[in-house]
Design a protein around this ligand. Structure first.
Ligand SMILES: *Cc1c(COP(=O)(O)O)cnc(C)c1O
Ligand code: SF4
Length: 347
């Protein structure tokens, strides 16, 4: 595996230990893979925020009791092969177990380590049948793995099949490709996806240094085809857990026409404890950010509840109390304000 280490990086003791033990330790098996583009962005600093997202360390061995391979109980909600139907109106389809680069903080480890590659034809047929029978589903999220590791034609074919009897189906494509392998976004791919609107692209930029000129070109190529791009950031200790880094990331995303959508609290996947911050710290960061950046640049801070409870927003609460007639709030200026409970005209 050592031959894939980017030139110019000297492995630290913690990193070397992962590589020397990876072949024998099954629980270490979240694969190691990097792209030349992402490799070119790394520095030789041990705590480089991009390096920490991609070069494994022995800390991944430290699984906590609270961590499990499937922290969101996705397998329990698998309604058809690879289709996770947890919320009434939308479902998640895991189209491949491959990624261009494996993020060390990835929570879907059960999927990227023990499945057989891509969604098969029979599996797709069963998914299409399920969607046909479940008219309450209005939106399909394509994820994995990374859907853009599939050949263009196969990806577009999957979308066509999903829409075959449900032309109204909204597609949401979740991908890290614009961040880690931007040249994959060719003019032809962008055009093909643009023709499949309503289709929303959800990227995962976690640090402002990931917004490179190459990524910018990939994003622009998609936007030129009329595609709306949103971003989900994972809150990662030592990588982006400061007001300065998050503020700059969200502001720059907005300047690229990308709407910051979610900021995710880390999920309880094994060996990712060293990346997680406490909810209290996350909340404090979000509160500080709110004062600095526009509402448009502000994502929703949310946690996907361990055990399958779904995503819940960790919203700030400005309400200080109520009485029979009023809600009381602390305003942005720290002063107290009130809003009436009822709006009866006959009083
Ligand atoms: C995150 C997620 C969704 C989408 O949730 P939104 O709040 O609409 O972004 C849908 N299905 C599953 C299983 C998910 O994990
Ligand atoms: S791209 Fe997504 S699925 Fe793939 S390793 Fe990263 S977080 Fe996990």
């Amino acid at each position: 595996m050592d031959k894939d280490i980017p030139a110019g990086l000297t492995l630290t003791a913690e990193e070397s230990l992962w590589f020397s033990r990876a072949s024998s330790e099954k629980r270490l098996r979240h694969p190691y893979k990097i792209t030349p583009h992402y490799a070119s962005l790394l520095t030789d600093e041990a705590d480089d925020p991009l390096r920490r997202q991609v070069i494994p360390t022995i800390k991944e061995l430290e699984a906590l009791d609270s961590e499990t391979l499937d922290p969101l109980f996705e397998k329990q909600y698998e309604a058809a092969p690879r289709l996770i139907h947890r919320y009434r109106d939308r479902a998640l389809l895991l189209v491949t177990d491959r990624c261009a680069l494996y993020c060390r903080h990835c929570f879907r480890r059960y999927f990227t380590q023990d499945r057989g590659a891509d969604l098969g034809r029979e599996e797709l047929q069963r998914v299409v049948e399920y969607i046909r029978e479940h008219g309450e589903i209005h939106e399909i999220l394509l994820s994995g793995g990374d859907p853009l590791t599939l050949p263009d034609e196969r990806l577009l074919e999957i979308i066509r099949a999903l829409r075959s009897e449900r032309q109204d189906l909204v597609i949401r494509l979740c991908t890290r490709i614009p961040v880690v392998l931007p040249d994959r976004i060719t003019t032809a791919l962008a055009r093909g996806l643009g023709e499949k609107r309503p289709l929303f692209i959800i990227t995962q930029f976690n640090h402002p240094r990931e917004l490179t000129p190459a990524s910018g070109r990939a994003i622009e190529g998609l936007q030129k085809e009329g595609l709306v791009i949103l971003n989900q950031t994972v809150l990662l200790k030592g990588i982006n857990d400061s007001i300065e880094v998050l503020g700059s990331l969200f502001q720059r995303l907005l300047e690229s026409g990308i709407k910051p959508y979610y900021l995710f609290q880390g999920d309880l996947a094994p060996g990712t404890g060293h990346f997680r911050v406490s909810l209290d710290r996350g909340r404090a960061l979000v509160k500080g950010l709110r004062r600095q950046i526009s509402g448009l640049a502000m994502p929703v801070y949310a946690v996907d509840l361990p055990g399958g409870g779904g995503k819940v927003p960790l919203t700030e609460n400005y309400e200080t109390g109520t009485d029979d007639d009023w809600h009381y709030f602390k305003g942005q200026d720290g002063l107290e304000y009130r809003y009436p409970k009822e709006h009866r005209l006959d009083r």
